[in-house]
Design a protein. Structure first.
Length: 137
């Protein structure tokens, strides 16, 4: 099932305006869990505690997604900007508040069925496009 991308883009944009920019905001879906989307985020303003960060993101998502949409989520993963997965994403893509859709990809040594990159900004931001075309790996 496809995630409500427009809601996730609006969610990411709203939090960016309230709190500051994300370094990474993506949705990942694995082959072995086709119904669940993992929200992967990195932002310098997130609480230092990973558990507090996960609770914060889930509590805010719960306000914008329906119960059915929330059930499509398999979890939230918080990345430090120095995390190899965050670096891999930000080195490959630069986008802010958009959607790059990828299929059959490998990131962080894991094969993913589908990926939506909503924001991917290096630590030292470059000029970014607001929308990007859909692509595949």
């Amino acid at each position: 099932m496809k995630p409500p991308i427009d809601k996730f883009i609006a969610f990411e944009r709203q939090l960016s305006h309230e709190k500051g920019p994300f370094t990474v905001f993506c949705l990942f879906r694995k082959y072995d869990f086709p119904e669940g989307w993992k929200v992967v985020v990195s932002a310098p303003w997130l609480p230092k505690s990973r558990m507090q960060s996960i609770r914060f993101i889930f509590s805010r998502l719960d306000k914008v997604l329906t119960k059915r949409e929330m059930l499509q989520l398999s979890g939230v993963r918080i990345l430090d900007a120095s995390d190899p997965l965050a670096k891999e994403i930000t080195e490959a893509f630069q986008i802010e508040h958009g959607n790059i859709e990828l299929a059959n990809c490998e990131f962080g040594g894991v094969e993913w069925r589908r990926v939506h990159i909503i924001t991917s900004m290096p630590s030292k931001p470059r000029a970014a496009k607001s929308r990007a075309p859909v692509g595949t790996c």
